[in-house]
Structure formats: C-alpha cells, structure tokens
Design a protein. Structure first.
Length: 175
C-alpha cells in the first residue's frame, strides 16, 4: 500500500470530519480503547484548528484520507508536571495530537506510517524529541508507541475524568 503524506487543507475538512465520525462510530460499537466520543473528540473543530495552524497532516491512499495527525509545539498543561529527559520551552519538541486512522484501515500499518512520518518530520525540523499522551486503557496505541521507540515517562491527569478518562500515560522519543 503506497501512502502519501501532505499538510491538510481547508478543502479536506469535510473528509476529516467524516473520518472522525466513522472512527467514533466504529469505536462506539466495540472496545473504545482511546475513550473518544462522537460530538466530543475528535470533532470538525479539531480539523479546522489543525488546518488553520498548519500542523494537521493527512495520510492518503488512492486519493482518500485514511489517517491524520496533528503535530504541534503545544503540550497539555499536565506535561509540565512530568520529569522528561530534558527541560524545554517546547520550541524544540513536537507533540502528537488527534492521531486517527480510518476504521477500514486499522491494522494495515497506517498508524505506524503516521508515527514514522512524525519522526521524520521532527528530524527535518531539528526537534529534540516527540512527546505524546495516551489514555492508559488504549493498549493498541501504547503497543504501537513502544514498538516505535517511545519511552514511558509518567502518568498524569489531563482533567478528562468527567469523560471517564482519569489517567494518561506520557511517552517521549528522543530524536
């Protein structure tokens, strides 16, 4: 499968929203590892904001968006409580947000391809590391991150307890 990666565009917001909705519908029918909820996260506004700030990337196969990821320099506030490998003002750190793969393409290597793209992107930007958070119950994502060389740093509360998401694991990959 040949996957291309591009910056997301305004013209793709409807398609991104559909991917988010399809994924949330899929998660709602089975084991919802990330704890995402339709009309809560991810939603159209996440795509709009990611495109507007120029940090939402899309993975495409055969001209269709099959995955997406937001790569920014903005950590969640709880990141500042963790003991990372090095102190940073986040100008030299990439943070992964809103990492989503269309349900028809789960277990096809799209997630790994997006993580590999993120690492290459970070190297190009001369970032020192990539950081992310993952809900503690999201076993498939945790497995992927660890297989891609991310190291566990800490467990924090991101303030999402009212959604039943109390604890998030923080991971980092040095570049």
């Amino acid at each position: 499968m040949y996957i291309t990666f591009d910056l997301g565009t305004e013209d793709e917001i409807d398609e991104l929203e559909q991917l988010y909705n399809d994924l949330n519908d899929y998660l709602n029918k089975g084991i919802n590892y990330p704890g995402w909820r339709k009309d809560a996260y991810p939603v159209r506004q996440n795509a709009i904001d990611g495109v507007k700030t120029g940090n939402l990337y899309v993975a495409k196969y055969d001209g269709k968006i099959i995955g997406t990821i937001i790569l920014s320099n903005k950590p969640e506030p709880a990141y500042y409580k963790a003991k990372w490998e090095f102190e940073s003002d986040y100008s030299d750190v990439i943070v992964i947000h809103t990492f989503a793969v269309h349900p028809k393409f789960l277990k096809c290597g799209v997630g790994k391809a997006l993580i590999d793209f993120s690492i290459e992107h970070g190297v190009k930007l001369k970032a020192r590391s990539i950081r992310l958070d993952v809900y503690e119950g999201n076993v498939p994502a945790i497995r992927l991150y660890e297989e891609c060389g991310f190291k566990y740093v800490d467990t924090v509360d991101l303030g999402l307890g009212n959604y039943g998401l109390d604890w998030f694991k923080l991971y980092e990959k040095l570049l």
